[in-house]
Design a protein around this ligand. Sequence first.
Ligand SMILES: [Zn+2]
Ligand SMILES: [Zn+2]
Length: 281
Amino acid sequence: MSVSGDETGAGNRGAVQFRVWGCRGSLPVPDPAMRRYGGDTSCYQITGPGEAGLVIDCGSGLRGLGEAMLCKPRARTDILLSHSHFDHLIGLGFFMPLITGQSEVTLWCGQEPDLVREALGRLYGPPLWPIRIPDKYRLPLRHLEPASEIGGACVRTFPLNHPGGCTGFRIEMAGRVICSVTDHEHGVPEIDAQVIAMARDADLMIYDAAYSNAEYPFRKGWGHSTWEVALKVAEAAAVKQTLLVHHSPHSTDELLDAAATALADAPVRWQFARDGMELEL
Ligand SMILES: [Zn+2]
Ligand SMILES: [Zn+2]
């Protein structure tokens, strides 16, 4: 069953808050036809009791998070980076807490930090960008071990099927479990089995569902999964609530609304993520 924002528990303060700052995939889209689901790329914020908090990815949604943090500063910001594709990095140069030094920012990389540093230096460095990040802001890049204590959470990592590699996260904070499965293409049995194992009984899973099953044959090998497969994974893993993320830059609000209606009978609690959405867990 698909659920509306009101049914997600908003208003009842949970132990953990999950906020979507960017759920578009591949390219930011400032398109009026996509305004409701939003056009910013991958960025999610998890906030727990006290100082507990994590950010997933540095897509263009990170800019908005940075603006919000100017009003509500945090002494430190731990960002888990799933991989180095530019839609997951392009917000970093606009993240005001990093630029102003207001927050002590650490980038935790599932991939080798040196590879991420090289990718960042190419994206944010001459001739594509006037200053070189991470050197300019002395941004520490640290390798994410398979299990680590970061930001008041236990973070476990697992590999996803994506060109160049990508890292999934199982995050346990204040008794809640959030599983991040983006970016990922289904179809490699051992990886798919591990995704289900790591998502098992999660309070929330976000899953890369860029396409429909009908569209998928034309996108096979591009590194993304489908709405229908996402719901099957959620069912198999007994996930309590699922957000479908990484919307294709061609998916309009109208198209996603129609898909939500068509898939409303799925036997799991799910919805398409929207920029600005907040869930209480
Ligand atoms: Zn992506
Ligand atoms: Zn990617």
